[in-house]
Design a protein around this ligand. Structure first.
Ligand SMILES: [Zn+2]
Length: 84
């Protein structure tokens, strides 16, 4: 099962999919790998962010969730170990 990313990073802050414009206009990047994200707001699937370059990054959801809880909007760059 693939996790859908509900949060993107915009201007250094996590924003929810419901708070941004559809598509590339969301101007968000992946919290884990910093690649541009597209806001997918279709009719059929749950709204989520997808990587613009089509790549999947397994850590993105985890990273996003860790980032907002418990320390809201506090980013620590030390636990972004990129193994890709
Ligand atoms: Zn990513």
């Amino acid at each position: 099962m693939k996790f859908k990313l509900p949060y993107g990073l915009k201007d250094g802050k996590l924003v929810h999919i419901s708070d941004v414009e559809k598509g590339l206009k969301c101007e968000c990047v992946c919290p884990a790998c910093n690649h541009p994200l597209i806001a997918r707001k279709g009719e059929k699937t749950a709204h989520h962010f997808a990587h613009y370059n089509g790549s999947e990054c397994a850590k993105s959801v985890e990273t996003a969730l860790h980032s907002i809880s418990p320390s809201k909007y506090l980013f620590k760059a030390n636990n972004l170990n990129s193994t890709e």
